[in-house]
Design a protein around this ligand. Structure first.
Ligand code: IVH
Length: 706
């Protein structure tokens, strides 16, 4: 077996053998998965085989087999695309809406870097399309992947090969180069495509972005080829060597390699210049011929970008300054109350459908009861105190992909019969009291799991993408399984007992129901069983505990590592005891989240549901990935006093990137204290616990930055 041997060490004969072996393995795995409904290896193992195959083919292009698994892209149409794990995550951007947000961004960046004088930024249009990552090895395009969830995207290589803006071969490129950018469709091409769609009796696309996404994500590359897609390069992923020293020069380098880059990219010497470029782009927006929805600013110096680093999904060194949203007037026909996963009663405006920025809008959020009544967060008047009533003429707006909102109402058009809206005090779904806690804008149903709306929303969350992501089990199936008295999927554990219960039910088997058959039921059970093995962070997130999102689930999983440890901690935790203190000491866990976690695990009904679920699962512990060669990997550090060469935020981000845990207080578990001038009690505590103390220079030397 050559599998673990580095590709660079393989002889040509060995590579040929391994390509043959991989082709066999991948074909067998494909057969087992697609045709026999019995996956034999995990998705991750499958992806690893495909990745190894692609890397081998790139290193030995002449040995590419006629039956290369790389050519099987998206082959089984019903199953969609194969998945690609991004070598570096594909990020999204923080948004700015006001001019002052841009000045704040610049200030935050300079503070983080401890940089007093002004900084250069690039400013360029934010293209309204969909992002794509192109991987070139040895100058050859080997992979194109959509963003997906940022970590794993869809393999759309065959489709990307049909886009003329995307070079297939590069000259003088780094051996490994991932170019990232936006696929989009011009207004003219969009209009022509829609005319063709209508003529052929197909549904027209709502806007160029949807048209671009629909065209790129075609399983048949011939269809993509017939759709006029374009591509702008504006970023990169993995590189075997740097492209340049600055963002601006890196973009120039991409242009010289043959990529289309946006001509409105400019270098700005601070917020004033950034805003003036923003207005310049805004003034040209209508005549560009393609959709843009704002301007992206990026720190120009790539060394500073590296120091600024990333938050969980966005870089600290960039921001998107969005254009003001588009507006339209329409009638508010009704106000419905939806009950969410955490019991929140959310009022939704049902509108006479109206087109806003190319999209038909028929619903808008009304936030909460105060918002309807004309009161803002702290009781202060909004809309000069005007309330919103059924029958009102309202102005709606859309900003990005979020649910439309109401901007204004026209009192002159209010029907004389319109009455003030009375917000319900009981849950419209289960009749339980809907309680509003002091200081909370939201009224919540107190029914917990007895409320069918909460229970069903929790189930939908449980099977959703970031959670258990069970294929073939989406919102629609959950609604059906929940209401069907035979299937009785009322809580997550019921999903995992479904197959057993179905087998014991000769009369009303799932396969005999509408929308199901022998194969689809088999497939569904296989998909459910495949998720019995679940990483701890996904389980935590799947539980849908209020205030515990994706990032927090990761933090908890990394800290406690096993379900047993987490469960024991949350069962024992009581304000003030050591389990409670340990929970709160996790960076990113605050009191509100801790209370919510403890409440969930210490409530009998909730606990019973969680225990029943865990009994069905094999929870995979989380192994913290720490860089092996970092001297602080796995250590707990405390910074105290003033740091002079890097801000506290940067020091913390740097330590975490090197695999250390940064804590706010010194305890017996602390490994190292970094004390600057003015360090007080923490340095003393270090003495008490016998923890080593170093100064800032010692710290820089330790991480190799002296
Ligand atoms: S930079 C690390 N530049 O906007 C930053 N993104 O809202 C990577 N987008 O997912 C993105 N135009 O799809 C960047 N000139 C531009 C962009 C751009 C459009 C998209 C991109 C990203 C999204 C974030």
């Amino acid at each position: 077996m050559q599998q673990d041997k580095p590709i660079a060490d393989l002889s040509s004969d060995e590579a040929r053998d391994e390509l043959a072996r991989l082709s066999k393995l991948i074909a067998a795995a494909n057969r087992a998965y697609h045709s026999e409904d019995a996956p034999q290896i995990t998705d991750a193992a499958f992806d690893a085989l495909k990745k190894r195959n692609a890397a081998l083919e790139a290193a030995f292009p002449k040995l590419r087999r006629a039956d290369s698994p790389a050519l099987l892209v998206g082959a089984p149409a019903s199953e969609g695309f194969t998945k690609v794990s991004h070598s570096l995550p594909m990020l999204s951007l923080e948004n700015a809406f006001e001019d002052s947000d841009v000045a704040d961004f610049d200030e935050r960046v300079r503070k983080f870097l401890g940089h007093e004088s002004s900084l250069f930024y690039t400013a360029e249009p934010k293209i309204d399309g969909l992002s794509l990552s192109l991987r070139y090895m040895g100058g050859k395009l080997v992979h194109a992947a959509t963003r997906g969830d940022g970590a794993v995207g869809e393999n759309v290589t065959e489709n990307a090969l049909t886009i003329s803006d995307i070079p297939k071969k590069l000259k003088n490129a780094p051996p490994v180069l991932e170019v990232r950018g936006e696929v989009y469709m011009s207004h003219a091409d969009f209009a022509a495509l829609n005319a063709r769609q209508i003529e052929a009796g197909d549904k027209p696309f709502a806007n160029p972005r949807n048209a671009a996404a629909g065209s790129l994500r075609q399983l048949d590359a011939k269809i993509t080829q017939s759709r006029p897609l374009k591509f702008f390069a504006y970023a990169w992923g993995q590189l075997s060597e740097p492209l340049a020293r600055t963002q601006f020069e890196a973009i120039e380098r991409l242009a010289s390699l043959g990529f289309k880059t946006n001509p409105l990219t400019s270098l700005c010497a601070g917020p004033e210049a950034m805003l003036s470029h923003y207005h310049l782009i805004e003034a040209q927006r209508a005549t560009l011929g393609y959709d843009i929805d704002g301007v992206v600013y990026k720190v120009n110096d790539l060394a500073l970008q590296a120091r600024l680093g990333l938050r969980s999904t966005t870089p600290r060194w960039a921001i998107a300054h969005k254009f003001p949203a588009e507006l339209a007037w329409t009638r508010l026909d009704a106000i419905d109350i939806q009950v969410g996963r955490t019991g929140a009663l959310s009022p939704v405006a049902r509108l006479t459908p109206v087109t806003v920025g190319g999209v038909v809008v028929s619903n808008a959020t009304l936030h909460n009861e105060d918002y309807i009544a004309g009161r803002g967060a702290k009781g202060a008047a909004i809309r000069e105190g005007r309330d919103i009533r059924i029958g009102d003429w309202v102005q709606v707006y859309r900003a990005g992909d979020v649910i439309p909102k109401i901007n204004d109402i026209d009192l002159e058009k209010r029907p004389s019969s319109a009455v003030a809206f009375v917000f319900p005090k009981v849950c419209p779904e289960c009749g339980s009291v809907a309680h509003r806690e002091e200081g909370d804008a939201v009224r919540r149903c107190t029914g917990g799991l007895i409320c069918p709306a909460q229970a069903v929303e929790r189930l939908k969350h449980f099977v959703s993408r970031g959670a258990f992501d069970i294929e073939g089990l989406g919102a629609k199936q959950i609604e059906m399984f929940f209401t069907d008295s035979e299937l009785a999927v009322k809580a997550p554990a019921d999903i995992f007992t479904l197959e057993r219960r179905d087998a014991a039910n000769p009369l009303k088997k799932l396969k005999n129901r509408e929308g199901f058959g022998e194969t689809s039921v088999k497939k569904l059970f296989a998909a459910i069983n495949a998720k019995r093995q679940i990483p701890l962070d996904r389980l935590i997130f799947g539980l849908g505990i209020r205030h515990v999102g994706d990032a927090a689930s990761g933090l908890l999983a990394r800290h406690y590592a096993t379900w047993g440890a987490l469960e024991a901690a949350l069962t024992q935790a009581q304000e003030g005891n050591s389990a409670w203190n340990e929970l709160l000491a996790i960076d990113g866990v605050g009191k509100v989240m801790a209370e919510s976690l403890v409440a969930a695990l210490q409530n009998d009904t909730e606990r019973a549901a969680i225990d029943a679920l865990v009994a069905e699962l094999d929870v995979v512990p989380v192994i913290a990935i720490t860089p092996v060669d970092s001297p602080v990997a796995g250590k707990t550090l405390v910074f105290t006093g003033t740091l002079e060469k890097m801000s506290r935020a940067e020091a913390k981000a740097r330590a975490e990137a090197l695999g250390a845990k940064v804590s706010g207080s010194v305890s017996a578990k602390t490994d190292l204290v970094i004390a600057g001038p003015g360090a007080g009690s923490k340095a003393k505590d270090a003495g008490k616990f016998g923890v080593e103390v170093i100064d800032e220079d010692g710290w820089l030397a330790l991480i190799g930055q002296a």
